[in-house]
Write a protein that binds this ligand. Structure first.
Ligand code: FA5
Length: 337
């Protein structure tokens, strides 16, 4: 009888050597230890044995059962671990694989110039001011000394939205708004932003462009201060060898007014001049309307065309390049700070 039991155990051992999965293992357990299993089927034989052999038989059966259960449990553990390892291997992330290639953007050349102007002037104690792009006629023209029938309004062909609101034609209305809120305190600001005019688009003109306004008001501000500010700015923007030329001009909001040209040397070594901005001493009417007594206060103002600066600095041939979002153009500014 002992041999019979031992042979069932060794049969099971052989079966467990085979390539099994968890379902096979459960079927194997049932076929040996289940209700009609090979070991269970031996149980009724106990009745046929003499009484003194019965305890020994019971002991063998129990020992065999315990051993078989433990063999099956061990195999189950091995299979579960194997299954888990396979799952982990399938789900693992290979950190050495190259990542997804995110396309990096870069700063737009007009942003580069604006940032540069802001850094430069903030370093000299100026504040950066802002104003709305949809502006009241009152700030865009009237407060800038351009009354309703002023002929110079013609110079700014405008996009009117209602009879008294328009897309601002220059950044100068920010001057008026800032004066109003400063209530007579000294001012030193720059104000960069978008501007709009009904100019036909060509290589040097765009219906939307950017300006950077500058305004300084205090006691004893002179034309020499304006000239020094503009000369230092030109050297900062274009290099220490540059100089500037002031040409008399006319703006209703400044008196005297000038156009400012910056020098350059062409490929033949000749000196040329390029106009980059308008400027002048703040007109007494503008000071008065802004709440400053022109007998006590004086000031200068300037308005730089930002595209103009970018065109010169980065040697760009057509202003429309700034507004067509062509990546072949924009990618050239990657890494430029
Ligand atoms: C003005 O707009 C004055 N507000 C500037 C000013 C401010 C003068 C404070 C005095 C005191 P002007 O119209 O010249 O001025 O424009 C200034 C600059 O804006 C020009 O030199 C030019 O660089 C740029 N600009 C004007 N119109 C266009 C346009 N359609 N496209 C691109 N740039 C333009």
């Amino acid at each position: 009888m002992k041999e019979k039991i031992e042979s069932i155990v060794s049969q099971l051992k052989n079966e467990l050597e085979k390539d099994l999965n968890l379902v096979d293992l459960e079927a194997l357990r049932v076929s040996y230890l289940g209700k009609n299993g090979k070991l269970t089927e031996l149980m009724p034989l106990i009745k046929t044995l003499p009484n003194d052999e019965k305890p020994q038989f019971g002991k063998w059966i129990n020992e065999a059962k315990a051993e078989m259960e433990s063999l099956i449990a061990h195999k189950k553990n091995v299979l579960l671990t194997q299954q888990m390892n396979e799952k982990l291997a399938n789900e693992s992330i290979d950190v050495s694989l190259p990542g997804m290639n995110f396309k990096k953007g870069s700063l737009h050349p007009l942003t580069l110039v604006t940032n540069d102007l802001e850094d430069y002037f903030v370093g000299q104690g100026y504040k950066v001011a802002e104003g709305p792009e949809l502006e009241l006629d009152y700030y865009n023209f009237e407060m800038m000394n351009l009354g309703v029938n002023h002929p110079a309004r013609e110079m700014h062909d405008s996009f009117y939205v209602t009879s008294n609101t328009l897309l601002r034609t220059h950044t100068s209305p920010i001057q008026a708004r800032y004066m109003e809120k400063s209530k007579g305190d000294p001012i030193a600001i720059i104000a960069p932003g978008k501007t709009y005019r009904r100019d036909p688009d060509d290589r040097t003109h765009s219906h939307q462009f950017m300006q950077c306004e500058g305004l300084v008001i205090d006691k004893n501000i002179s034309f020499a201060n304006l000239k020094d500010t503009l000369l230092s700015l030109a050297k900062h923007l274009f290099g220490p060898e540059r100089t500037i030329r002031l040409r008399p001009s006319y703006f209703p909001f400044t008196e005297p007014s000038v156009e400012v040209d910056v020098s350059y040397v062409d490929s033949d070594g000749n000196i040329g001049w390029i106009e980059v901005l308008g400027a002048g001493m703040v007109h007494p009417n503008v000071l008065q309307m802004g709440g400053y007594d022109p007998k006590i206060y004086s000031g200068f103002a300037f308005g730089i065309g930002i595209e103009r600066i970018a065109i010169l600095k980065y040697k760009i041939d057509d202003i429309r390049q700034f507004y067509t979002n062509d990546l072949r153009f924009l990618n050239q500014f990657k890494g430029v700070l």
